[in-house]
Ligand binder design. Structure first.
Ligand SMILES: [Zn+2]
Length: 456
């Protein structure tokens, strides 16, 4: 702290005022480890005469935006009484570097000749908008310093064209610049050759789609046994581009595969939730909805040694280990039939899917205040958060499917597919299928005309 105040006395002007911005934070929390190195700070030379420092100009920051490395000073001497006062446009020095393998932000900034205290300050400011653990080789930093050596502006360029800009004037202004990508929709209408992935590869279609298809059609279609070649495969997918670069993996929005005159269609939502709907001959087969996204299945259905009581007991559902507070989603459309506590299950939400099937979500830490018994929910609606209420060794979701009151293995999804049909959401889902098909046909008929990106 003493050193920081000393800095104010020596450096003066913009830099000093910038530092005052941090003081409340320093009082509120212990000094971050990254700042431990700041203690070797030494006051720099005091530069002669103090010059008016104007606020840095924030550029438009388009990717590829270049700035001059230094501005030519345009000095003029204005006599005021006996004193000659130098006036000049702010003189800045510009440095740019790219993170190399094995380098940290600190080592990169030391190449720019910045003092330990300046480096620590920059890391602290940028860290407010960007998780520094995500820095990778190839990410870039630009630093502008004033004539007196004070930091004026720092621009961190990270993944997907995202930039973090910090401008140091009388206070620190920090912002995240996220470029708006161009979305391109692509379609393909092809014939299966030997395998799906080989067909995709030879048609120049992302081969990762073969995995997506296997995920949603697994259990319904056995690609090895059922495909004999010659099947029609239609695909529609979205790509996010920034200039010439893809900024995220392409994602499927529609697939249609016809095997022996049976039509399998899949519609994926736009929100990357992964909740795909599978149709067979235009009828809903299943809605793919995970109760917890990306969670690890920590315990399967069936007999197991009980984690708390130690004896062998029937495990009536499956457990997903996930951090406390992780959102929990309805796996199929239905009606909320119970919200409350049930002994060892802790805080529970139950959803009735038609008259015979029920899903139970247990050990919840919380349930949305707005959720009420009798309310209709769609697959993928948030119905609570992961917790450890009831008999639980740690935060996890116990997910149970009961048919006519008896627990069944939730991983056999066909029963919930039936539930989805019983719940009568088909009309909405099938309308969505029709829209998606129409979009595919429209784009497919325009394939020989300009690329999709120009039409959107
Ligand atoms: Zn369980």
């Amino acid at each position: 702290m003493k050193l920081r105040y000393a800095t104010i006395g020596v450096a003066g002007c913009g830099a000093a005022l910038a530092l005052t911005f941090f003081i409340p934070n320093w009082r509120a929390s212990p000094v971050p480890a990254a700042l431990a190195t700041a203690s070797d700070w030494q006051p720099g030379r005091v530069h002669q005469p103090a010059m008016p420092i104007q606020p840095a100009v924030i550029s438009a920051n388009k990717p590829g935006d270049t700035r001059p490395t230094a501005q030519t000073p345009n000095l003029s001497i204005t006599p005021i009484g006996d004193l000659a006062v130098l006036t000049a446009p702010p003189l800045t020095d510009h440095w740019a570097g790219t993170l190399l393998p094995g380098e940290t932000l600190d080592t990169l900034l030391s190449k720019a000749g910045l003092s330990a205290s300046n480096r620590a300050e920059i890391a602290l400011v940028l860290g407010a908008e960007y998780d520094m653990r995500k820095l990778r080789p190839g990410h870039g930093v630009e630093v502008e310093t004033s004539f007196s050596g004070a930091i004026r502006r720092v621009l961190l360029s990270v993944e997907a064209g995202i930039q973090i800009e910090a401008v140091f004037t009388d206070e620190v202004a920090i912002r995240k610049i996220v470029p708006e990508p161009d979305w391109a929709v692509q379609t393909a209408d092809t014939t299966v050759d030997t395998s799906i992935s080989e067909t995709l590869a030879s048609a120049n279609i992302p081969t990762r789609f073969a995995v997506n298809l296997a995920e949603v059609l697994g259990g319904t279609v056995d690609f090895r046994r059922d495909l004999s070649g010659g099947e029609n495969l239609q695909l529609m997918w979205r790509e996010a581009k920034l200039g010439d670069q893809f900024i995220r993996p392409p994602s499927l929005s529609f697939a249609a595969l016809t095997i022996n005159d049976v039509s399998y269609e899949i519609v994926w939502p736009d929100d990357d939730s992964g909740n795909a709907t599978v149709f067979v001959d235009g009828k809903v087969l299943r809605v793919f909805a995970q109760p917890v996204k990306g969670a690890r299945l920590s315990s399967v259905y069936g007999n197991r040694k009980h984690p708390v009581f130690g004896d062998y007991r029937m495990h009536t559902g499956v457990d997903f280990a996930a951090p406390h507070g992780t959102p929990v989603y309805a796996t199929a459309p239905g009606r909320i039939s119970f919200i409350g506590r049930r002994g060892g299950y802790g805080r529970v939400v139950e959803i009735a899917h038609g008259s015979d099937t029920m899903t139970r979500y247990a050990h919840l830490s919380s349930v949305p205040d707005t959720l009420t018994v009798g309310e209709r929910v769609a697959a993928g609606d948030n119905i609570g958060r992961v917790g450890a209420t009831g008999t639980a060794t740690g935060p996890n979701l116990h997910y149970e499917v009961r048919v006519n009151g008896r627990p069944t293995d939730p991983m056999s999804e066909e029963r919930l597919a039936q539930a989805a049909r019983n719940a009568g959401d088909d009309a909405k889902i099938i309308a969505r299928l029709r829209e998606t098909r129409a979009e595919f046909v429209q784009l497919q008929t325009q394939t020989s005309t300009p690329p999709a990106a120009e039409r959107l």
